[in-house]
Design a binder for this molecule. Structure first.
Ligand code: SAM
Length: 278
């Protein structure tokens, strides 16, 4: 029997993959979790029916959410990842020599355990218990309320704005993020598709720019996400992407998507996205 899996990306459109094998299917206190093996994308993590990552193309998202903000900051030492239970973002963060502490606050311990077992290529820093890593299983929203002037860079590697991730897309959360950052800190968040989530992107941009003097959006092509075109929104207290010192990026950084040119070019926005942000 053939088994196909569809993520409904809008009410009328889906991404469907033929499944070789379902490796895990279960439910945590927060969400339904599955790992399916597919033909084109290999093993994929699915949360509440939404494809989160796949071993074939995960490098694009994880390199872009980590290296762009980390190379905008001249000397990031203390970094926080909120969410990111598959471990891909933290794997990229610990590649930075300047980083001394890489904290991760993920609400769902089962996502971490499942990723460690079925997605070892992505979760490598979690599996090795990397010396820079401080992993806390807890709510990132609550964690943000409790800290002050602690982080150089915060990376919000969250799922969609429904369920446990909903509060990560609010003005109140960005106020707490601002407070949790050092006076020259910056943060980035995955902010969905500029095709399908325009109202959300507009609102977030307004919220973030009401707090942060520098707010920018950057792009990457992520094959498994709705429309393929994905954006990240950045709020910065001091450093501007236009003046980032790209000579700091080492030639031997082991990345497959990210490079010096992309650090600059990912901020170039098509007219329809510029119009969206006006
Ligand atoms: N790259 C993915 C994407 O955009 O589809 C996101 C990857 S990661 C798996 C998202 C993680 O955020 C999930 O593991 C989820 O449990 C976690 N998460 C959601 N809400 C959270 C919260 N309030 N605090 C901490 N982690 C949260």
């Amino acid at each position: 029997m053939e088994l196909w899996y569809t993520e409904y990306q809008t009410k009328n459109l889906g991404l469907t993959a033929r499944i070789k094998e379902t490796l895990f299917a279960g439910e945590s206190e927060f969400q339904e979790i599955a790992v399916v093996d597919t033909h084109e994308f290999g093993r994929m993590l699915v949360l509440d029916g939404v494809f989160q990552t796949s071993i074939v193309e995960e490098f694009i998202y994880h390199e872009m959410i980590a290296h762009v903000p980390l190379f905008m900051h001249p000397n990031p030492k203390t970094v926080l990842v909120i969410g990111g239970g598959d471990g891909g973002a933290i794997r990229e963060v610990v590649k930075h020599q300047s980083v001394e502490v890489a904290e991760m606050v993920e609400i769902d311990g089962l996502v971490v355990e499942v990723s460690k077992k079925y997605l070892p290529e992505i979760s490598v820093a979690l599996n090795e218990n990397h010396p820079k890593l401080r992993l806390k299983i807890g709510d990132g929203i609550k964690h943000m309320r409790e800290v002050e002037s602690k982080y150089d860079v915060i990376i919000v590697d969250c799922s969609d704005p429904i369920g446990p991730g909903e509060g990560l897309f609010t003005h109140a959360f960005y106020q707490d993020v601002y407070k949790a950052l050092k006076p020259d800190g910056l943060f980035v968040q995955q902010t969905e598709s500029p095709f399908f989530h325009q109202e959300l992107i507009k609102r977030l941009n307004k919220d973030i720019s009401s707090l942060f003097p520098i707010t920018s959006l950057y792009l990457a092509n992520i094959p498994i996400y709705p429309s393929g075109l994905h954006c990240f929104t950045l709020g910065s207290k001091k450093y501007d992407p236009a003046t980032a010192d790209i000579s700091r990026i080492p030639q031997n950084l082991s990345t497959r998507y990210y490079n010096k040119e992309i650090q600059k070019s990912c901020f170039a926005l098509p007219n329809f996205i510029q119009d969206l942000l006006k």
